[in-house]
Structures are given as C-alpha cells and as structure tokens.
Design a protein around this ligand. Structure first.
Ligand SMILES: C[S@@+](CC[C@H](N)C(=O)[O-])C[C@H]1O[C@@H](n2cnc3c(N)ncnc32)[C@H](O)[C@@H]1O
Length: 272
C-alpha cells in the first residue's frame, strides 16, 4: 500500500479522527509525508494539524443521542427550544464565543438584506443551531457543511426536529469548494483556520463561491483569550482578500468577532 494510503487508513482507524472527511486527512497527510522523515512522524504531525483545525473546537464532545432527546422534548415550546439550542452550542468553542451576542449579531448584520431563499453555512461547527435567531423566512433552504460526519448527522436530525428545510454535506472546502448559487454564504471565523492547511485556501475558496452575499468573519480573541492586534491584523487580511474584486462591503465589529457583509458581483450585476 502506498504510504499516503497507509497514513490515511491509520488515522481514520482511530476513534478521535474517524469522523473527519477522508479528503482532508489525505490532503494534510500528503503535505506531512513530504516534510517528515518517517511515516510515524507524518501520522503524528497530521493528527496534530487535524486537531488544530477541528478537534480543538470540540474539547467537550456532545452526547448526540442525549442532545437529540433534549431537542425533541423542548421542540414543542419555543422559548425552551431556544434555551436548549443555546446550551448545546456551548459544546463548540468557536460557536460558543458568539452566544453572548447572538441576537445582536444576526439582527444587525442581516437587517437590510433583500429576501433570502438559500443559505450555505461553510465550516459551520454548531452554528446551524443558531437558526432560531436568524431573521430569515421560515421556508429558507439551509445547507450546512463541515468535516465531521457525526456532528453533521446530529445537525441533520436537528433540522428535522425543528422542521427546518435543511441539509448537510461532509466536505473539505479547501480541495472541493462548493460552486452552486446561494443567496447568502456564511464563512464565519473559518478562513484563518483553512489557511493553517493551505496559504492560498481563502483566496481560492472565495474565488470559487457563487453567493449573492458573503458574510465573512474573523475571531477577535484566540481560543485561549483576547488576542492583541487581532482586529487590525484581520482587517488587513480581509482587505487583501477583497482587493481587485468587485465587492461592496459593510463592516461590523462585535465583542468577540469582526464581520464583513459583502455584496458580490453576482448581486451587483442583478441590481445594476
Ligand atoms: C473556527 S471554527 C468555526 C465554526 C463556525 N463557522 C462558527 O463560527 O461557529 C472552524 C470550523 O471549520 C471546520 N473545518 C476545518 N477545516 C475544514 C475544511 N477543510 N473543510 C470544511 N470545514 C472545515 C472545523 O471542523 C470547525 O467546525
């Protein structure tokens, strides 16, 4: 068996990594085999990178069975259902950071959008559970994408319980960016994470997407606490990404997140 196949099989056999999209394991594995002296070192380095881009956000893994029970029990009464969603979103470190400002975040940013029929949430984490806070029509079609099959199965079951017109896709968005048209594409705190694997990932991804509106955000605190200079740093990164593209941009700064709402050329051509 070639080395890359052995590395991929070994990693996918371990309980911590077996739910991750095999394409991403292969992509990182190939990079590490180039850099390391042995298969053993490459396996270790691949696991570290997978932890950095995925596992680190799920230190306390949800018990999905129990969580679905809680959702089913509270689905009948709206205020309690929101409380359950709020509680469950705490299990993803990145989604959790948005909880204190959830109402304000989506209400402010999405306030003046034209009717939205389709939403794509890329590298979604547990953000689809924020659906009850989205100021969008009930029949909106919501597609959630991430690398963890177990988390996506849970999100799919959540959609069914909440009667959301939703679907999930396991996908490595670095190697296989979606190209279908969507009214709104969410790229929340994701680009820096993808760039840990491939320096050109953000530009390649954004260049492939076909969204009328993109909501691109960056964290303003690191997993360990508030980060110095993150606002300035990510403002510059966003400007570099936007440079040369026909975009109309609105900027929003919240306590833990810096967000840019982009009207893309696809939208601008429609309204001109
Ligand atoms: C910083 S978190 C952001 C989560 C979510 N967007 C939010 O803001 O609540 C990054 C997410 O990207 C996912 N991810 C990492 N690499 C990915 C890839 N190549 N393709 C798709 N998703 C990826 C991780 O599993 C994780 O859920």
């Amino acid at each position: 068996m070639p080395e890359l196949e052995r590395l991929t099989a070994q990693i996918l056999a371990s309980s911590k990594y077996r739910e991750i999209a095999p394409d991403l394991v292969r992509r990182i594995g190939a990079q590490e085999l180039e850099k390391r002296r042995s298969l053993k070192e490459a396996v270790k380095a691949t696991k570290n990178k997978l932890h950095q881009v995925g596992g680190a956000y799920q230190q306390t893994k949800l018990n999905y069975e129990k969580s679905l029970e809680m959702l089913r029990e509270t689905a009948v009464s709206h205020p309690n259902f929101r409380t359950t969603c709020h509680q469950l979103m705490q299990a993803h470190a990145s989604t959790r950071e948005r909880l204190l400002m959830l109402d304000e975040f989506y209400q402010t940013i999405l306030a003046n959008l034209p009717p939205i029929h389709t939403v794509l949430d890329l590298a979604c984490g547990l953000n689809p559970l924020a659906y009850p806070w989205l100021p969008l029509p009930k029949e909106v079609q919501f597609t959630a994408v991430d690398i963890y099959s177990d988390m996506l199965n849970f999100i799919q079951a959540f959609f069914e319980i909440a009667r959301i017109n939703g679907r999930t896709q396991q996908r490595d968005i670095i190697g296989n960016p979606p190209t279908d048209e969507f009214d709104l594409i969410l790229l929340l705190k994701t680009l820096p994470c993808l760039e840990q694997v491939d320096k050109n990932a953000a530009a390649n991804l954004v260049g492939s997407l076909n969204g009328r509106y993109l909501l691109i955000s960056y964290p303003t605190q690191s997993l360990g606490g508030r980060g110095k200079g993150m606002v300035e740093n990510y403002t510059q990164q966003f400007q570099a990404l936007a440079n040369g593209r026909n975009w109309r941009v609105q900027r929003f700064e919240f306590a833990t997140e810096l967000a840019f709402l982009v009207q893309t050329e696809l939208r601008l051509r429609e309204i001109m």
